[in-house]
Each structure stands twice: as structure tokens, then as C-alpha cells.
Design a protein around this ligand. Structure first.
Ligand SMILES: [Mg+2]
Length: 282
């Protein structure tokens, strides 16, 4: 592969094991990338609060993308000057690709009389209820609850009412995404657009370097970034079939699941010498 790689990766089921959330098999490779200054950029549906926690565990200091492409966070250490249109957020810059959660809460409020009894808004769930619904620990649920750009709702109504609800949101300029448990009300963001924005920022920041984006993901919400990355890697899942892509060029499918597959395909793609990893496995 020619050029400097920028690795954009989904977390759950991709870098993290679907069941145990372990990234152990990818650990030596993460440490190699760190040393080689190859950024591993998390691109996930998780919140900023969740990401800050997970990046510590991964010993990762790269930029990251949250809430399915709603915002990009950039460490000031890597980008000392505020990039265009970014907001100051402590040690980070924040680039927003979505309107804030407040906007969507107000919009839901304006629809209240028609749909109020048919769903429970994320903001009305207690942390205990969230723990029960998701199986997260209390601390994890607290971080997951800190959504900034959209509002998940738990639908209790029937299918017809759900379609009316989606239509009403669409008419008010919003988008509804069906997730595993929740309907996500927000802007029509996606992981691909956020990835492109960040790649462009790297290109502007280092005009003499040619960057190559590598995207890795296992699910439907990864398709946008997998289609437009310079190289795409579909990670095999133990629970669902691989998302179908239109592209055929520069596309790899892992054989192993999750972090094992992550490791296997990146070693192959970037032709990483076995010796470089052996030293880290001792
Ligand atoms: Mg995933």
C-alpha cells in the first residue's frame, strides 16, 4: 500500500469482541501502530464520554468520531491550532456534523400530543432502567446516557404508528434510524462523511503526505465508511452476516471474528513483518 495509512475502525464487533469487548488479540498491533505513528481512529455509535474511557483502556491518543458520525474530536496535542469551524472542548477540538440533542428534544416535545404515549425518550429513562434494558454496568450506562447529538427513543406503539412517527420527524427535517433496541432521532449523519472530513483535515494539515484511509467494520452502520474508504475491511461477525458492499476493489473480508480478524487483515494489508509483533507478544 502506498501512502500513510489512516485507520478508521468501528469498535463493537470489530476492534472489540462482540461478546466480551476484549481487544486482546489486537493489542500487539495497536502498540506497533502507536510506535509507527499510524493513527487508529475509532468511528462508532458510542458517545464522547464512552470514547474517552475506552481510549484510555486502548492507550489510544488519536482523533475519534462519535454517535455514528455526528461529531469528530481532535486532540489539541495533534492539532495545536483550532481547525476551521471547530469548537473548543478542553483538551480536544470538536467538529459537529449534527445539530445538538437539545434540538431533537424540542422537536420531540412539539410532537408530544400525537405520540407521547407510544415511546419512552432516552432522557426520561433512569440509569437503573438503562442498565436493565442494555445490560451495561451503572458506570457504562452513565457514559452511554451522555448523548450530545441525537435522541434514542424506545418504541412501544405498533408498526403503523411508528411509520407515522418517522414521517412526522422527516417532515420536520429529522431522520430516524432503527438501531438494535432504540429508534435514533437526529440528523442524517453517517460514519463515512465524518471519516472524509477528518481525512481531508489530515491532508490539509500535512500537504506533503499522501494519506490512505482504511475502514474496518462489521455492520450495516459501517457501510457508508466502507464504501468510500480507500481500502475497506469487512470484519466477520459471529452473530450476523456481513454487510453487502457495492465496491469490489480494495476490499478484504476477514476470516476470523472481531479483533482476531482485525489483526489478521491489517497485518496482511499493511505487510507488517512478523518480527515487529513477536517482540510485543513476549
Ligand atoms: Mg460493530
Amino acid at each position: 500500500m502506498i501512502g500513510q495509512p489512516l485507520i478508521f475502525t468501528d469498535l463493537d464487533g470489530t476492534l472489540l469482541d462482540h461478546f466480551s469487548y476484549s481487544f486482546e488479540p489486537a493489542q500487539p498491533l495497536l502498540s506497533y501502530f502507536d510506535e509507527q505513528q499510524i493513527p487508529v481512529i475509532a468511528n462508532t455509535s458510542k458517545t464522547c464520554a464512552e470514547l474517552i474511557h475506552i481510549r484510555k483502556e486502548l492507550n489510544n491518543s488519536a482523533p475519534f468520531i462519535v454517535e455514528n458520525g455526528a461529531a469528530v474530536y481532535l486532540p489539541k496535542k495533534l492539532f495545536p491550532e483550532c481547525p476551521k469551524d471547530c469548537h473548543d472542548d478542553g483538551a480536544l477540538w470538536r467538529y459537529e456534523m449534527s445539530r445538538p440533542r437539545e434540538h431533537w428534544l424540542n422537536l420531540l416535545h412539539s410532537l408530544k400530543p400525537s405520540f407521547q404515549s407510544l415511546y419512552t425518550s432516552f432522557s426520561n429513562l433512569s440509569i437503573e432502567q438503562l442498565v436493565q434494558l442494555t445490560g451495561l454496568t451503572t458506570e457504562q450506562a452513565e457514559r452511554a446516557a451522555k448523548r450530545q447529538f441525537g435522541e434514542p427513543v424506545l418504541w412501544h406503539g405498533n408498526r403503523e404508528d411508528k411509520l407515522l412517527f418517522i414521517q412526522a420527524i422527516n417532515e420536520l427535517g429529522g431522520n430516524v434510524l432503527q438501531g438494535g433496541r432504540f429508534l435514533h432521532v437526529g440528523d442524517a449523519v453517517n460514519k463515512g462523511a465524518a471519516m472524509q472530513w477528518l481525512k481531508q483535515l489530515y491532508c490539509d494539515h500535512y500537504p506533503n503526505t499522501e494519506f490512505q484511509s482504511i475502514a474496518l467494520g462489521d455492520s450495516q452502520n459501517d457501510v457508508d465508511m466502507l464504501e468510500i474508504a480507500d481500502h475497506a475491511v469487512v470484519i466477520a461477525s459471529p452473530t450476523h452476516s456481513a454487510p453487502k458492499l457495492k465496491r469490489q476493489a480494495n476490499l478484504n473480508h476477514s476470516k476470523a471474528y472481531g479483533p482476531e480478524g482485525w489483526r489478521e487483515t491489517l497485518i496482511q494489508l499493511l505487510e507488517i513483518p512478523a518480527q515487529a509483533l513477536l517482540e510485543r507478544e513476549k
